[in-house]
Ligand binder design. Structure first.
Ligand SMILES: N[C@@H](CCC(=O)N[C@@H](CS)C(=O)NCC(=O)O)C(=O)O
Length: 123
């Protein structure tokens, strides 16, 4: 497997999952500041020009953070990354997609106390 990532980007979440799973993987940095996402060879990998992008061992490409996260979790049940119960699984995905991906990842990079909570979710 190979994770295409960028420093300071949400691809860190997939990187964390790969570390949790503990199986070998490769990484390739995509320099978003230089616009590498809009140029070959990366556009040949993911025409949506976004990280995270995951190349699986069969060469196929997965895009979209929640999709990659879910696939990794389901492929690696020993890592206990996702609940087996359907309702708990649904709620976990709701949290991951709505809260961790869209809001909390900012917290990795922003100074403590500099973020205002979402006025609706208060998180
Ligand atoms: N819907 C995508 C969004 C991914 C995304 O926005 N990635 C950002 C980094 S956090 C990116 O690659 N930005 C490059 C750009 O928009 O040019 C997902 O869930 O994976």
């Amino acid at each position: 497997m190979k994770l295409y990532y960028a420093p300071g980007a949400c691809s860190i979440g997939i990187h964390v999952l790969l570390e949790e799973i503990g199986k070998p993987y490769q990484t390739e940095q995509v320099n978003l500041r230089d616009g590498a996402q809009f140029k070959p060879p990366f556009t040949g990998v993911n025409a949506k020009a976004k990280v995270p992008t995951l190349e699986r061992d069969d060469g196929s490409i997965l895009t979209e953070f929640p999709v990659i996260a879910r696939w990794l979790a389901r492929q690696n049940p020993q890592a206990n990354l996702i609940p087996k119960d359907e309702e708990a699984d649904t709620r976990a995905m709701e949290y991951i997609v709505g809260t961790i991906h869209s809001q909390d990842l900012r917290g990795f990079f922003a100074p403590i106390g500099s973020l205002r909570p979402n006025p609706i979710t208060r998180q």
